[in-house]
Design a protein around this ligand. Structure first.
Ligand SMILES: [Zn+2]
Length: 503
């Protein structure tokens, strides 16, 4: 029997600035999906990386007076260093300027599109936004400025290679409309359908070598041009699998994978849901199966963007509040659609919810078991109404998490976990195990059986929580499992620390 294969990627950010909270959100969301599938015994491959070859990086390096390669190396290292503070479990991290797997893949993809008759040369004049790394149409501008970056795009005139996107209009409409290429949430799919219906124009996929300051991948058979950074960057999803180097891994994780999922932010949806599938169609390769689009984060009501200089350092937040707190805020508060506002006091509320709700439940359970059943708890079928109700929640929680994550709904998944925590805390309050223990001491056999039932139900709940929390709070789930296994009240008390807001 072969296990299902699940391939998931994050977008690869430009490294011109520091990693910001929005990218941290995306990494954590992708990580939850990867860990959840691994837990459900699927085979999983999770990729992240950095986009080194953009013009933006060149400009940032020049502004800093540092050679490009040196600048990019130092910056990329900061993105790679998110792994530990965010608790990420990616299997691979690709850097498009230094990874030997990347260039051959971009070249192979280029040649495959050329062989498909989809590349041609043309003189072109247009408005280029370096922030977007894209040509913008006049009607996309707001008061002459890029709507995303708020500055005036540069007038560019040069000879470029073009990709025949117009040819794929009908095919893309069918693929996206039928859900064969699934775009979530539905509002984003509709946006893509609207964009395709508006008519697809061929797009430029090379830049002159001079304008790129010699940085980037030379166009095969035309070294006067470099490959446009988006064509180059999108290829990372398959170059990391050895598409250009004839790898078995490519066949295994792209051609034969059951699911190929890209997690991205809403600003780059067109590149992923239109350009990338068209390039793959042209090259005769399979498409992603799903694109999950998250909205943006604001911080204290301010837009968060590397390019505009406002960053909020995820590593600093983790230093102060811990990995659990930041992951839990992302997964518990950020809605599936609509922007979310990050404020430290909100994160503190979520951190303290963990300490008060979950930490307290596990701690109480360990203490009660240690006090009343130090030799172990007898297993019983639930008989009392309270216990039957709790067991019903226990039984449905894993399925609810599966369903929520299949919709990329992290908030629904964590809400389901939290409902179990709430139910179990209520269960302790209503069944009053300390009173049952008194009854047992005075020879009441029913009270003794009820106490077994209560403690057994609580242990079952905590064990399930330890397991089901693993994708969301990997480190905390290990601490909980360990404290339960050792039945150690000391460990039970130290599962979470209460947070105090600076503001
Ligand atoms: Zn822009």
């Amino acid at each position: 029997m072969s296990r299902r294969r699940f391939y998931i990627t994050t977008a690869i950010p430009y490294v011109n600035g520091d990693p910001h909270l929005g990218f941290a959100l995306e990494c954590v969301q992708a990580d939850v999906l990867a860990r959840h599938r691994r837990q459900r015994v699927e085979r999983v491959r999770f990729l992240s990386g950095t986009d080194d070859n953009s013009l933006k990086n060149v400009e940032a390096a020049e502004a800093a007076g540092v050679p490009i390669a040196e600048f990019v190396n130092a910056r990329a290292a900061r993105f790679e260093a998110l792994r530990e503070p965010l608790g990420l479990s990616y299997d691979d991290f690709i850097r498009t300027s230094t990874d030997p797997r990347h260039r051959p893949a971009a070249e192979r993809l280029w040649r495959a599109c050329a062989a498909g008759g989809d590349l041609y040369e043309r003189y072109y004049e247009g408005l280029y936004c370096t922030g977007c790394e894209a040509f913008l149409n006049q009607d996309e501008l707001i008061s002459g400025l890029c709507p995303e970056h708020h500055y005036q795009p540069e007038q560019v005139a040069e000879r470029n290679w073009f990709f025949r996107l117009s040819r794929y209009e009908d095919e893309l409409l069918e693929l996206v409309g039928s859900g064969q290429l699934r775009i979530e949430p539905a509002q984003r799919r509709n946006e893509v359908l609207g964009f395709i219906r508006g008519g697809l124009e061929d797009f430029s996929i090379s830049r002159s070598r001079e304008r790129a300051r010699g940085w980037g991948i030379p166009v095969p058979e035309d070294p006067s041009q470099v490959v446009y950074v988006w064509f180059d960057a999108l290829a990372n999803y398959i170059s990391a699998l050895g598409y250009g180097t004839g790898g078995e891994r490519y066949r295994e994780w792209w051609e034969r994978s059951d699911e190929r999922v890209h997690a991205i932010g809403k600003g780059i949806i067109r590149f992923h849901a239109v350009y990338w599938p068209a390039i793959l169609l042209s090259a005769g390769e399979p498409l992603p199966t799903a694109i999950f689009v998250h909205d943006y984060l604001t911080v204290d009501g301010q837009k968060l963007s590397k390019s505009t200089g406002d960053t909020h350092d995820p590593v600093e937040i983790v230093d102060r509040y811990g990995t659990d707190a930041l992951r839990w805020w992302f997964l518990r508060d950020v809605p599936r659609t609509g922007d979310a506002d990050f404020r430290e006091e909100l994160l503190v509320v979520r951190a303290n919810e963990l300490a008060d709700g979950l930490g307290n439940l596990v701690n109480r359970t360990i203490t009660l078991v240690g006090r009343y059943r130090p030799q172990g708890v007898g297993t019983t079928q639930p008989r009392g109404g309270e216990a039957i109700a709790l067991h019903a929640v226990i039984n449905r929680t894993p399925r609810e998490i599966d369903n929520a994550l299949a919709r990329f709904d992290f908030r629904a998944a964590t809400a389901s976990l939290w409902q179990l925590v709430d139910e179990a805390n209520r269960f302790v309050a209503t069944t009053r195990p300390w009173e049952l223990a008194k009854g047992e001491n005075s020879g009441d056999a029913d009270a003794a059986a009820d106490l077994d039932e209560v403690l057994h139900s609580l242990l079952l709940t905590c064990r399930l929580l330890a397991r089901e929390l693993q994708p969301f709070l990997p480190a905390a789930s290990v601490r909980i499992a360990h404290a339960l296994a050792k039945s150690d009240p000391q460990l039970g008390r130290r599962l979470f620390t209460k947070a105090v807001s600076r503001t």
